[in-house]
Design a binder for this molecule. Structure first.
Ligand SMILES: CC(=O)N[C@@H](CC(=O)O)C(=O)NC[C@H](CC1(C(=O)N[C@@H](Cc2ccc(O)cc2)C(=O)O)CCCC1)C(=O)O
Ligand SMILES: [Zn+2]
Length: 626
């Protein structure tokens, strides 16, 4: 054996590499904390100073990352035996946009910040009072789109928002695309879409998504046909063509992405006890803080983590007066395992109660993996991060749970018609959303890959919106418009397929947790999946926690397997949940002879407004309009 006096240092390369990673992790965590604090300061208070400070810090961080990267790639990490060491090096070996030159990096950061600022400060004039021109997206325009039943007002708000947002950022967006692709190529990816898709660790991921869409499309088409008929009943032939696409401005949402706001006048069985508890929340004096406390209590009931004191101290839960800020809700990890925040301009509605759960789901994931090294502080894949809060909301939104928390009176019972009403409301949010979530990145992948060029950005956007969602714009469009730029994630460079993934896998998780909680049994008709509420099930919480604690330390199929026993995404959970609604819609649409699907739109999308005027001046066109 070794002479005890002599301290011989056997240099095991992997041991040395592990030590290097620990040093790197400490430095990365410290810098990520500083960068996130600067990002928060800007998002919470948009000024030239906070913007400049954010840009300075991220430029400095990029410089450090580049130097560090040159050091990191010297390690022969592909040869290491330990899969965990290899995985950490693999993540550090992707430099990202810091691979750009300093001035190009800075230009890209500026472009995205500019687009975010234009979007977040855009104002629109009131339809009924042209002197009132300070309407913001949140809350004013969102409320107009949700509550107005006047197609002319809806069309005005829809068109003017796009005029004030998307149209203003088309040139920045074109430049952003070029720089994003340049950065991707410097990282050895073909273009930015491949760089985005790396997070799913599957070279057939886009095929997986297409297969999932094919599985759920029949259900979507049934819902689409029923909603179109109800809109036709309300607005008449001049506004809604019963065999055509649905005009996008009638669906209660600025992007026609979720349709829950038209529930009240399209409800299958009126007169039943209303499951939209917004009124009851207002009546009971709910405040944003109380909404967050209710959500925290749900997580704690599952033996998951409570919010740390710092969360309540640092979060912004209501729109502050007297300053411009990014109101788009968000959850933040400050990478110090202590500071976690939400910034949200919360209003007191049922939909917002679910958004509260959605954001709290992000915070819960941060808390569960806070012991992981910085490179593993992320979702198993981005879709997992988006699913956590929504899984909780699937339980919270059940009439059974709403009765437990006193938002629905306990006298009401669940009869088959009430069940259809409930599943219909859920479908307006979950099923309606799927083709939208798919189209946002189908369009962006095609733009990054060069299949859609800037001279045809807008008309290709509407081609995809027509093909997958079966919707059309309220008025003709041209390439002087830039409607994708009217959606936050597009101008903020936030990938969107994560939400499509989330809306599929959240039902897989829900089913698995409901089985674990003893709340659902595939063979027991008296316990259908849509009635399951996992509230207070520590077994379900412990199972979920096991997966959440992994962060992104393993490929996502391993994380999926921990909760569901499966290694694949599949839509069977969603289809199982909505089966009663699917059957009812098929019968109802058959009864009213609905045309399932839609004919091509008669709305135009051409190069310029001048061309559009000429086109409409043509005699044939005029007759058709009559
Ligand atoms: C620092 C940072 O950016 N943090 C990330 C979280 C992280 O990555 O750690 C983050 O907070 N992102 C913000 C984003 C906000 C919302 C959103 O944008 N939702 C989509 C899609 C959708 C729609 C309906 C629905 O029920 C659920 C989702 C939309 O509104 O189009 C707003 C409403 C809900 C969620 C979010 O929380 O995902
Ligand atoms: Zn989210």
């Amino acid at each position: 054996g070794l002479d005890p006096e002599q301290e011989v240092r056997v240099v095991d390369p992997e041991q040395q590499a592990r030590h290097y990673l620990q040093l790197l992790d400490r430095e990365y965590g410290r810098r990520a904390n500083a960068e996130t604090l600067a990002e928060w300061a800007y998002a919470a208070n948009i000024t030239d100073q906070t913007l400049q400070r954010k840009l300075n810090i991220s430029a400095e961080h990029a410089k450090f990352q580049k130097q560090q990267w040159l050091e990191t790639i010297k390690y022969p990490w592909q040869t290491y035996r330990d899969p965990d060491i290899r995985r950490q090096f693999q993540k550090y070996s992707v430099l990202g946009t810091a691979a750009l030159s300093e001035e190009k990096f800075d230009k890209l950061e500026k472009l995205v910040s500019e687009m975010e600022s234009i979007y977040s400060t855009a104002k629109v004039c009131d339809y009924n009072d042209a002197t009132q021109c300070d309407l913001s997206l949140e809350p004013e325009l969102t409320e107009r789109l949700a509550e107005s039943r006047d197609p002319k007002e809806l069309s005005h708000v829809w068109v003017e928002w796009r005029h004030a947002s998307g149209e203003k950022v088309r040139s920045q967006f074109e430049h952003y695309v070029a720089l994003s692709n340049e950065a991707a190529v410097l990282n050895n990816f073909t273009d930015a879409s491949a760089y985005w898709l790396k997070d799913y660790e599957a070279d057939d991921f886009q095929d997986q998504v297409k297969a999932l869409w094919d599985q759920v499309k029949p259900l979507y088409q049934q819902l689409h046909a029923y909603v179109r008929r109800r809109l036709h009943d309300k607005y008449g032939d001049d506004v809604v063509n019963r065999r055509g696409p649905i005009p996008a401005h009638l669906l209660g949402n600025m992007w026609a992405q979720t349709w829950n706001n038209i529930f009240d006048f399209t409800i299958p069985f009126p007169g039943k006890q209303s499951i939209d508890v917004t009124e009851e929340m207002v009546k009971q004096g709910y405040t944003p803080l109380r909404m967050f406390k209710l959500s925290e209590e749900f997580f704690v009931s599952l033996n998951l983590s409570a919010m740390p004191e710092l969360f309540w101290k640092n979060s912004i839960l209501e729109k502050p007066a007297g300053r411009e800020l990014i109101c788009h809700a968000s959850a933040w990890d400050f990478y110090d395992s202590k500071d976690f925040r939400i910034k949200m301009c919360t209003t007191v509605t049922m939909k917002q109660l679910f958004v509260v759960h959605h954001e709290m789901g992000h915070i819960q994931y941060y808390l569960q993996y806070k012991h992981q090294p910085t490179v593993y502080k992320g979702g198993a894949n981005p879709g997992f991060h988006e699913a956590v809060g929504d899984v909780m909301a699937l339980s919270v939104s059940t009439p059974k749970h709403l009765r437990k928390v006193g938002l629905l009176d306990s006298s009401s019972t669940d009869d088959p018609e009430a069940t259809i009403n409930y599943l219909y409301l859920q479908g307006l949010q979950k099923v309606a959303f799927l083709p939208f979530a798919y189209v946002v990145d189908l369009w962006r992948w095609a733009v990054f890959q060069g299949e859609i060029t800037s001279d045809a950005y807008n008309c290709n956007w509407w081609k995809l919106r027509g093909q997958y969602q079966g919707i059309e714009p309220p008025v003709d469009r041209t390439e002087e418009d830039f409607d994708p730029g009217a959606k936050y994630h597009v101008i903020a460079s936030v990938p969107y397929i994560r939400y499509f993934v989330s809306f599929i896998i959240q039902f897989q998780f829900h089913r698995a947790l409901c089985i674990e909680a003893g709340e659902y049994d595939p063979k027991d008709e008296t316990k259908p999946l849509h009635e399951c509420d996992i509230y207070q099930s520590t077994k379900a919480g412990n199972l979920l926690s096991k997966m959440l604690q992994m962060g992104s330390s393993k490929p996502w199929p391993d994380a999926m397997e921990v909760v569901t026993g499966q290694r694949l995404m599949d839509a069977s959970g969603l289809l199982e949940y909505f089966r009663p609604l699917h059957k009812w819609l098929e019968a109802e649409n058959a009864k009213t002879g609905e045309y399932i699907g839609w004919d091509p739109t008669d709305k135009h999308c051409v190069q310029t407004r001048v061309e559009l005027e000429k086109l409409k001046a043509q005699p044939g066109e005029a007759e058709m309009a009559e």
